[in-house]
Design a protein around this ligand. Structure first.
Ligand SMILES: O=C(CO)COP(=O)(O)O
Length: 140
């Protein structure tokens, strides 16, 4: 099953909640992951079931990065705050770097997130199922 991670910095939380509400029907069939507070906020406002990792500053980005390192994650929506320094900036950069290592589609703003979710709805990411099928060693 496709795995999608949702993360938002504090001043982007409302935006990611609105996004999850708007695209709940598209996200629903997939296995969803989030950093701690983002996941809690999404579950408060939608009927989506989200596996929550640690909060970002406490290692949540790194936990999602571990999924990416194993080529387990299929899509990352990460609404970063471009105007506020984060104490865990190295973790954020590391997560985005790993997505580039594995060639994972990433959105860092809601405009791109909407485009990617529309691709998801159309089945444009079906090729990722093949990655999971033929990935040596790591299975669902
Ligand atoms: O800091 C974050 C991502 O870098 C997000 O963490 P929270 O979802 O716990 O606020």
């Amino acid at each position: 099953m496709m795995k999608i991670a949702l993360i938002a910095h504090d001043r982007k939380k409302e935006e990611i909640v609105n996004f999850a509400v708007a695209y709940e029907h598209v996200l629903k069939p997939y296995q969803l992951y989030a950093t701690g507070t983002t996941g809690a906020r999404i579950m408060e406002s939608t009927s989506l079931s989200v596996h929550r990792f640690m909060s970002g500053p406490l290692g949540g980005d790194q936990q999602i990065g571990a999924l990416v390192a194993q080529n387990e994650l299929d899509l990352l929506i990460f609404l970063r705050d471009p105007l506020m320094a984060q104490p865990h900036e190295p973790d954020i950069i590391a997560l985005l770097r790993l997505c580039d290592v594995q060639g994972i589609p990433v959105a860092t703003n809601v405009a791109t997130a909407e485009l990617l979710v529309k691709c998801l709805e159309r089945g444009d990411f079906a090729w990722r199922e093949l990655v999971h099928k033929y990935k040596p060693g790591i299975e669902e």
